[in-house]
Write a protein that binds this ligand. Structure first.
Ligand code: GAP
Length: 476
């Protein structure tokens, strides 16, 4: 993505109340953002779309909301304390940090991939986490191929990506972690949920919540941040059924993404080569952010990794029982994990349109209707008592069903411009004709066309435009 495009996006998000830099009056804090009035509405609409599709309209998935802070043993069992690390290398000269695999790519480019054997050795060491030997080999390569630029680089270092804070400061064991994924809150509650809601396998538990990661490289606006929200679902299945459900969830999640109508060609499935420590096989749903495909959502087969480890450490009976085979077992898990901020970013970037009309520039947010912060804007054309009365009546009639905004400030042109910029799909203008003939004008955001409608048909018109039942019926 070019810096120019990114600047336009960031600027638009700020001016129109979608996203602000956190702690802005103190010059911000790196990679942390706040959502403004329009941003929070849009975020809530994405959450609702996800929740309806994943939880509300299914009878085998339930939702929960677990805590951010958990007993440290959760992260010990899940192996996040041991394995949730990022390896990086530091350039002492320009003070730049590189994630290890990006650095390795640079080195491979320099030796022009001629030495396939060397490349394989390095990749193998990297995969097996043999960092000490990798350090030695990298040094040798730098000398052998005279890569002077890299003499100034440090050895490979690592940090755990989990944020720590203090708990119960008077006690000795006082460090505690902010969760880096919402998933563990689900695993440790599986028995509670199964028993309280009489869930039968296969079933899912979903949640939306904040996660925290001390990311080393976190450029690109809200693509990768240190504080973010995840929408995750863990699907508990019988061992042996993993291929079926893995395929099912990839297909199902794609249908959800396609409904956003950003263009099917913008999505790609990419199988993971470097698996997370908990995954047996996994794929990413990638999205074309400007001209580059990048991870949007992960579909992971976690096998019984997490429950097995929690059983081992907690010594609690988290086993399921197979009544047919008359034996206990640990279920397998397929996880779908989507970053809320990341999908927000993908929708926002794809929807910002800049067009030239005659000699004028037109900027509008072509958001999917159901994602727009406001669905309808009520705009009285003249500040006249009768017109205001009708306008308020229409506003009060629609606002309980649709997120509706009322605006009688500024010229009508300026008001249209503002609604275009925040992505409101329909503007309803009320004028003298509304008093005499009970007719209003609806202006369509995407085409700027205007049509007259009888006030009494407005409800029917909007019901048709915003009805999503068919999608849910067809795709769940
Ligand atoms: N529970 C599995 C898990 O957390 P992940 O691939 O590390 O898997 C899942 O993350 C999704 O969460 C990613 O596909 C992305 O959408 C989002 N995500 C991860 N780290 C993020 C970050 N630092 N900022 C924003 N979103 C992030």
């Amino acid at each position: 993505m070019t810096n120019k495009k990114l600047k336009i996006i960031i600027n638009h998000a700020k001016i129109y109340g979608f996203i602000f830099r956190s702690s802005d009056i103190y010059n911000g804090i790196k990679s942390i953002y706040d959502y403004g009035p329009q941003g929070v509405e849009m975020k809530n609409n994405i959450k609702k779309f996800w929740w309806n599709y994943m939880v509300k309209y299914r009878n085998n998935i339930v939702g929960i909301d677990t805590s951010i802070l958990m007993n440290n043993k959760v992260w010990l069992a899940s192996k996040h304390i041991k394995n949730f690390k990022e390896y990086f290398i530091f350039n002492k000269k320009n003070k730049k940090i590189y994630i290890l695999n990006k650095f390795l790519k640079k080195i491979f480019n320099k030796i022009k991939n001629k030495k396939k054997k060397i490349k394989n050795i390095i990749l193998n060491l990297y995969k097996k986490n043999k960092i000490k030997i990798l350090n030695k080999i990298l040094k040798k390569i730098i000398i052998k191929y005279n890569l002077i630029k890299y003499y100034k680089w440090t050895n490979i270092k690592n940090i755990n990506l989990m944020f720590k804070t203090k708990f119960n400061i008077l006690k000795k064991k006082k460090e505690i972690y902010l969760r880096p994924e919402t998933a563990q809150g689900i695993f440790i509650n599986v028995k509670n949920v199964k028993n309280s809601n009489r869930m039968k396998i296969p079933f899912g538990i979903a949640q939306i919540g904040k996660s925290f990661r001390n990311e080393i490289i976190s450029k690109q606006f809200i693509f990768r941040t240190k504080e973010f929200e995840q929408m995750e679902m863990q699907f508990f299945i019988l061992p042996g059924e993993e291929k079926k459900w893995y395929k099912y969830w990839i297909k199902s999640r794609l249908k959800w993404h396609y409904y956003l109508n950003l263009g099917k060609k913008k999505y790609k499935i990419k199988k993971h080569k470097n698996l997370s420590h908990y995954s047996t096989f996994a794929s990413d749903i990638e999205f074309k952010f400007f001209n580059k495909f990048k991870e949007l959502e992960g579909i992971h087969f976690r096998k019984n990794y997490d429950l097995k480890n929690h059983i081992k450490l907690s010594k609690k009976n988290l086993y399921f029982f197979d009544y047919k085979k008359k034996k206990k077992y640990i279920p397998y898990i397929i996880e779908t994990s989507l970053g809320l901020d990341r999908i927000f970013y993908s929708i926002f970037c794809s929807s910002l349109k800049i067009e030239k009309i005659n000699k004028n520039k037109r900027i509008y947010l072509k958001l999917p209707f159901f994602i727009s912060p406001f669905k309808i804007a009520i705009l009285p054309l003249i500040n006249n008592e009768k017109i205001i009365k009708i306008s308020e009546k229409i506003f009060n009639n629609l606002k309980y069903t649709y997120n509706t905004i009322y605006d009688n400030k500024n010229s009508i042109g300026k008001r249209y411009k503002i609604q275009d910029s925040i992505g409101t799909p329909f503007c309803v203008t009320i004028d003298n004709n509304s008093i005499i003939n009970k007719i209003v004008t609806i202006r369509f955001r995407d085409t700027m066309k205007q049509k007259k409608y009888k006030i009494k048909y407005l409800n029917k018109f909007f019901k048709k435009k915003f009805n999503m039942t068919l999608f849910y019926k067809k795709n769940i």
